[in-house]
Each structure stands twice: as structure tokens, then as C-alpha cells.
Ligand binder design. Structure first.
Ligand code: ZN
Length: 160
């Protein structure tokens, strides 16, 4: 039971029961990006609004397991009011945390990574999701919101 206790840490349950930044934003000026995890049936829609390099507002819609929805809630709280550059660092660090059992961090986007280690930044309460790594089938639940956020940032920077 220890592993399950790790997985459903109190902080994860808190975000699942009381999700932060729930709702939607007017599109435009916000962009709306959807993510879907067919392995588990998790759905996420991210509404993101930026002013220059700052994420001024973010809202989350979706349904699915507690891991996917609490990860989305934590993600929204972590990037709201922050810079787009900081959000991209968090995405990188979070995905690095989720792939720490793999021997190498492959760069599937074709970017040339000279430093294989994920950036050392303060993950705050996102560390609570670290226990998910022990359950490989749930990793896509945890990374869904972050992949969707990455797509949002690409869209908002493409239209800026
Ligand atoms: Zn899930």
C-alpha cells in the first residue's frame, strides 16, 4: 500500500477535489488547446492568455483520472503570472522528472541538447507527482496537461 499512498499524496487529492483555475477564457484573446490521453481517457483543454512574455491568465477544463486532473491544476497554479520562458523551463523539468528512470532523455523535437540534465529549478508542490514515475502506465496521465500547455505556448507565440 505504500506505493499507492505515494501516488495519491494528500496534495494530489487536494488539487483533484479543489482544482485551481477551473473554467474557460474568451477566445480570442486567449488560445484554446486540447489534449487527450487515450490510454486512460483523460481530456484536458487549456485556455491561455498572454501579454507579451507573461502568462496573464490560464483556465483548465477537462475530465479524467485524479492524476491527470490534479497535474493540470498544479500546472495552472505553477505558470499563472509567470513568464513564457519560465513555463517552458517547468515543462522541461517536469518531463525530466517523469522520465528519470529512462537511461537517456531523448530530444524528440530534434533540438540539439548539449546538457542532458533537466534544468535545476524549484518544482514546489509539483514534486508531489514524482511518485507517479513508479507507475509507468500513469506517466501519460501526469504529462498530459504539460504537453497541452506546450502546444498552447507554441500557438500563442506563433500568433504573437
Ligand atoms: Zn489518467
Amino acid at each position: 500500500m505504500h506505493e499507492l499512498e505515494d501516488l495519491y499524496r494528500e496534495i494530489i487529492l487536494d488539487h483533484y477535489r479543489s482544482p485551481r483555475n477551473r473554467g474557460e477564457l474568451a477566445v480570442p484573446p486567449a488560445v484554446r488547446t486540447e489534449g487527450f490521453n487515450p490510454l486512460c481517457g483523460d481530456e484536458i483543454a487549456v485556455f491561455l492568455e498572454a501579454d507579451g512574455d507573461t502568462i496573464t491568465d490560464i483556465r483548465i477544463q477537462g475530465q479524467g483520472c485524479s492524476i491527470s486532473q490534479s497535474s493540470a491544476s498544479m500546472m495552472s497554479a505553477a505558470v499563472k503570472g509567470k513568464s513564457i520562458a519560465h513555463a517552458r523551463e517547468l515543462i522541461k523539468a517536469f518531463k525530466g522528472m517523469m522520465s528519470m528512470h529512462e537511461s537517456t532523455l531523448d530530444s524528440e523535437d530534434g533540438a540539439t541538447e548539449t546538457d542532458p540534465a533537466p534544468p535545476k529549478i524549484d518544482m514546489g508542490e509539483l514534486d508531489a507527482l514524482q511518485g507517479v514515475v513508479k507507475f509507468p502506465t500513469r506517466i501519460k496521465c501526469a504529462t498530459l496537461a504539460w504537453n497541452t500547455l506546450a502546444a498552447s505556448l507554441n500557438e500563442i507565440e506563433g500568433t504573437a
